[in-house]
Design a protein. Structure first.
Length: 261
């Protein structure tokens, strides 16, 4: 009888051991060294034993998450759509009229471009090609510029094909397109301006009053009417008119200077 009781106890112990869950293996980095490194496939670990990023790690030292506009330019202005396409504004040289002889005529500005054109002197290019500005804009709308680098050979061929398909019916040849484009090509990021010639004029003064102006050199390359001022005569207002044409040497020249009374 005693042997039967011992056998029953041993049998129960064996059954309990068989039904018990297996022992827990290493997890969450509790295993032997080397088992939780990236090479072992553990996605929760990174090189050099650093912990993975946690939500909120991108907050600033004050604990707040970044807000739109935190990335601002050197002037404190948040970025605006299209900033990567807008060329830097060319600084107009300042002329101290007080240091000039009375009656000296000074031409200022006159190189503004349409906001739609991204800094390109479209009015000059279009006139040089013998088409309207809108025709050239429509043609150029299919061009895909290579931003921040020069175009690849394939990109250049494709862009040329797009332009010629649109401009060819207007009588523009491939050679003329190259000539005009190269003539007005410039790098605004380097402070350059397209090819141009400043105008010169002489004020006609009688009895201490400005009675007219004489154009000595009409200049060229003006994309908008320049502002004209006369040293010593701050109250004299002058209206300048310009014209465009296919001759690149005179395209964008001043044609008249009229006193506004």
């Amino acid at each position: 009888m005693k042997y039967l009781i011992v056998f029953a106890v041993l049998s129960a112990a064996a059954a309990a051991y068989a039904l018990a869950p297996p022992p827990r293996g290493p997890e969450n980095g509790d295993g032997p060294p080397g088992q939780n490194c990236p090479g072992k496939g553990d996605p929760q670990m990174r090189d050099e034993g650093r912990r993975p990023p946690r939500p909120g790690d991108d907050r600033d030292p004050n604990g707040r998450p970044p807000r739109p506009g935190d990335e601002r330019d050197p002037n404190g202005r948040p970025p605006r759509p299209g900033d990567d396409r807008r060329p830097p504004r060319r600084e107009e040289p300042t002329v101290d009229l007080s240091k000039l002889a009375p009656g000296t005529v000074v031409f200022q500005q006159g190189y503004e471009t349409d906001p739609r054109d991204g800094g390109r002197p479209v009015v000059l290019v279009a006139a040089g090609l013998g088409v309207t500005s809108d025709v050239f804009r429509d043609a150029f709308s299919g061009v895909r510029p290579a931003r921040g680098r020069g175009p690849t050979g394939e990109e250049a061929r494709r862009n040329k094909e797009v332009l010629m398909n649109a401009l060819g019916p207007h009588g523009v040849t491939n050679d003329r397109l190259d000539e005009v484009s190269n003539y007005y090509r410039y790098r605004p990021q380097n402070g350059e301006l397209w090819t141009h010639t400043p105008a010169k004029a002489t004020a006609i003064i009688e009895n201490g009053m400005v009675t007219g102006l004489k154009i000595d050199n009409p200049g060229a390359g003006y994309s908008s009417p320049p502002k004209v001022v006369i040293a010593g005569y701050p109250d004299v207002e002058v209206k300048a008119e310009i014209e465009f044409g296919k001759d690149l040497r005179t395209n964008g020249q001043v044609t008249s200077l009229t006193l506004v009374k």
